[in-house]
Design a protein around this ligand. Structure first.
Ligand SMILES: [Ca+2]
Length: 98
């Protein structure tokens, strides 16, 4: 009688961790989306995007948009400027009404 109880308890103790062990695969490491966009848009691979390159990547971009993103007024977007711009555009798109 007592032995049966011990066996049952042991079986439950062994089964519990096995049930809890639902493994979920870690999401694959992905490059930041802006990195890919920047590299694709940078047609002459000089590490900066001209207005022409930006417009080629996104025809809806205006000179005013570009000037706003071009923080140092170099007439080209560095990776940092582009990242910041993409992020603010993304925020606007994903958070309507703000
Ligand atoms: Ca370029």
């Amino acid at each position: 009688m007592m032995k049966t109880l011990v066996i049952a308890a042991t079986a439950m103790a062994l089964a519990a961790p096995a049930l809890a062990q639902v493994t979920s695969a870690a999401p694959p490491a992905t490059q930041p989306a802006t990195e890919d966009k920047f590299v694709k848009a940078d047609g002459d691979k000089n590490g900066a995007l001209s207005i022409a390159e930006v417009k080629l990547a996104d025809a809806t971009v205006t000179q005013a948009d570009f000037d706003k993103a071009d923080a140092d007024k170099s007439k080209s977007l560095s990776k940092a400027e582009f990242d910041k711009w993409s992020m603010s555009k993304h925020d606007k798109a994903s958070a309507p009404g703000q």
